[in-house]
Design a protein around this ligand. Structure first.
Ligand code: CMP
Length: 137
């Protein structure tokens, strides 16, 4: 079944010059890009996106990190796009959880700078697409 997922190529990945590599991995997998925009996230978009983490110890740092520099937001599309991208991304901790071959496993070291975000369920995807690309929701 065709699905959509909201992907963020986070500011650390853009600053380190990994934009092309991550886009190439998405395309190589066979997923298509339905929307894409480089922008610096506003505080309100970031807070809406990470609402479930409000109150956690890393929340303030997370918001500061995600709003500080440009990121690339995408809507990707394809069969099982949500699970497919989460497998490609690897676990949240780039060293302890993400396996080699995944984006985080190959390119990351730190949980707070883990290069990408991908929606974790159809409900999250719908919510996140409405936040980042209201024109598509
Ligand atoms: P993401 O998949 O975008 O969703 C929540 C983010 O919080 C996560 O990736 C991490 O980048 C970030 N984060 C920072 N510190 C932690 C932590 N200690 N535990 C979990 N997530 C963290």
């Amino acid at each position: 079944m065709t699905e959509r997922s909201l992907v963020l190529i986070k500011p650390d990945a853009v600053a380190r010059g990994h934009l092309g590599e991550i886009l190439a991995r998405i395309e190589r997998k066979g997923l298509s890009i339905a929307a894409m925009e480089m922008r610096t996230a506003t505080e309100s978009v970031a807070a809406a996106h990470y609402a479930e983490h409000e109150g956690k110890p890393f929340y303030a740092g997370l918001l500061e990190f995600i709003t500080a520099r440009p990121l690339v937001a995408l809507v990707i599309e394809g069969p099982r796009a949500i699970a497919a991208f989460r497998q490609m991304a690897g676990g949240t901790d780039p060293v302890e959880k993400a396996v080699p071959g995944s984006i985080r496993g190959d390119l990351g070291l730190v949980t707070g700078e883990n290069l990408v975000h991908g929606s974790d369920s159809p409900e999250s995807a719908a919510r996140e697409i409405a936040i980042w690309f209201p024109q598509l929701a």
